[in-house]
Design a protein around this ligand. Structure first.
Ligand code: CU
Length: 530
């Protein structure tokens, strides 16, 4: 019988002849992929709460027209930090956490390839998250630059910007090292017989994502370093008075920023590609085409960046090129959606929480894809640029896409992680409340945007009042619902019905069958890599 990892294993697993750190030092020195995966997930959830509170400050202020709760300057800091924290602190670390836990189990490896570097990748995150939050308390705060940190404001504001630049550098180092680890593990440490085209799709999506990370994180680091130089070292990269050009920053940033969207979305595709077959009792339809479609999306993501810049005044030829290139991404994305639907077709479906979140992902991510197609049209985008339509669009991709798939992943794998089943009734409630409140929050924002409500502004005209009220009520409902998620997870860790080694009868693959003793690695006892 396959052993189930968990606290019991960890406490009396391998008894080595020398002393192991316990308590806090155990977590500081651990090189075990499971420990590190858990730390990534907890860090991600903590940042999700911080970024979520900031979102609620925004929605509280927007509950009615006029200024009620915060100064406009503080409101702008909230939009800036909410974006940065959710993208780099919450979503990316969550999927690196899933990768740490699952990839070694899925391919039959003993651990990640560079176990000590894995520890370092994680421990870079808390200081970076702290720097982001601290920027708020500097003179001038985090500024009103948005998560994109556009100059000229970012080159001129107070030292909060230097905190954010340093945080971005550290976060970049962390994700690059994490990606090197994932690529090396997948390419070198697969069990005999586990060829690349036999890997679970989650491993494929992370292999592709890891290459994206290594390609574009240095570009972001370059962009913010140029801001740093403009701020302190007398350069004029983005300063028109010195011969530079602020639009240059937008090009460099979005050369990173668009692939970043897929760094977030592609591992989510991987999760859904594990869950839908398991709860359909069928193999994934079109496995090879999934691999090729995912690779095509990754490659195309490099050549569409200026669709974020239609209003900067580019030649019509450029507008047309970026419009058509962007629309092209709908083709491989359509292949993936078709394959998921074809997997469901004639399957013997059941609707446990992981499946519900995956189906929620399927519907709502596709809706976010459609509003993306709308925005890809230059003539339309020029009208909708910087309105709430854009905010609605990318929250369908980020929240209903990445976050819903992350919830699905937690419910799908938590029996394996803890040895216990979670409370299915509460988890289903978590799904339905999340679904309702998510749509309440963001669906109406499409209408606000179409009617011309600008984003990143704390006050608005009377005509937008009703939809904003609905959106704010939805946001507070969505926020409270996530406390239910926390309760379900803690309850599952503490106890609950014992999970079978293979808790989902439709789930296939090594991850459910490999015995997984919790190897108690620390710096003194790294795993042996053969
Ligand atoms: Cu884009």
């Amino acid at each position: 019988m396959a052993a189930i990892p968990g606290h019991a294993d960890a406490s009396h697993g391998h008894e080595h002849d020398h002393h192991h750190p316990t308590g806090f030092m155990r977590w500081v020195t651990t090189t075990n992929h499971k420990d590190i995966g858990s730390m990534y997930l907890w860090f991600s959830f903590a940042m999700f709460l911080v970024g979520g509170v900031m979102a609620l400050v925004i929605r509280a202020e927007l509950f009615q027209p006029g200024l009620q709760f915060v100064e406009p300057e503080f409101f702008n800091q909230m939009t800036t930090l909410h974006g940065l924290i959710m993208v780099f602190g919450a979503i990316m670390p969550a999927f690196v956490g899933f990768a740490n836990w699952q990839i070694p189990l899925m391919i039959g490896a003993s651990d990640m390839a560079f176990a000590r570097m894995n520890n370092w990748s994680f421990w870079l995150l808390p200081p970076a998250g702290t720097l982001l939050v601290l920027s708020m308390f500097m003179p001038g705060g985090s500024g009103g630059v948005g998560w994109t940190l556009y100059p000229p404001l970012s080159t001129q504001m107070g030292i909060g910007m230097d905190f954010m630049i340093f945080a971005v550098h550290i976060l970049g180092m962390s994700s690059i090292m994490g990606s090197i680890n994932i690529i090396t593990t997948i390419l070198n440490m697969r069990a005999p017989g586990m060829t690349l085209m036999k890997m679970p799709l989650f491993c494929w999506t992370w292999l592709i994502t890891a290459y994206l990370v290594i390609a574009v994180m240095p570009v972001l680091a370059g962009a913010v370093t140029m801001i740093l130089c403009d701020r302190h070292f007398g350069t004029s990269f983005f300063n028109a008075a010195g011969g530079g050009d602020p639009v240059l920053y937008q090009h460099v940033f979005w050369f990173f920023g668009h692939p970043e969207v897929y760094i977030i979305a592609i591992p989510a595709f991987g999760v859904v590609s594990q869950i839908i077959p398991a709860f359909s009792r069928k193999p994934l339809f079109g496995y090879a085409s999934m691999v090729y479609a995912t690779s095509s999306i990754a490659i195309l993501s490099f050549i569409v960046w200026a669709h974020h810049m239609y209003t900067t005044g580019m030649p019509v030829a450029g507008q047309l090129y970026f419009m058509y290139a962007t629309m092209l991404i709908a083709v491989p994305t359509g292949v993936k959606v078709f394959n998921w639907v074809a997997t469901l077709y004639k399957g013997s479906l059941t609707f446990e929480a992981p499946m519900l979140f995956s189906l929620g992902f399927l519907f709502l991510f596709t809706l976010g894809g459609f509003s993306g197609l709308v925005l890809s049209m230059t003539a339309v985008d020029v009208q909708l640029h910087d309105t709430y339509y854009v905010v609605a669009h990318f929250h369908y991709v980020m929240v209903a896409g990445a976050l819903f798939s992350a919830f699905g992943a937690v419910y799908y794998w938590i029996p394996k992680w803890t040895g216990h089943m979670y409370d299915e009734g509460l988890a289903k409630l978590h799904f339905w409340l999340s679904l309702i409140f998510f749509n309440l929050t963001f669906f109406v924002q499409h209408f606000l945007g179409l009617a011309g409500m600008p984003r990143r502004i704390p006050d608005y005209a009377q005509q937008f009042a009703e939809f904003n009220k609905i959106s704010s009520i939805g946001a507070f409902g969505f926020g409270l619902t996530q406390l239910l998620f926390l309760y379900i997870v803690i309850k599952c860790i503490k106890g609950g019905p014992k999970a079978a080694a293979k808790p989902w009868d439709g789930a296939e693959g090594l991850e459910w069958t490999v015995p997984s003793p919790a190897p108690y690695h620390t710096f003194e006892t790294p795993p042996v890599v053969k």
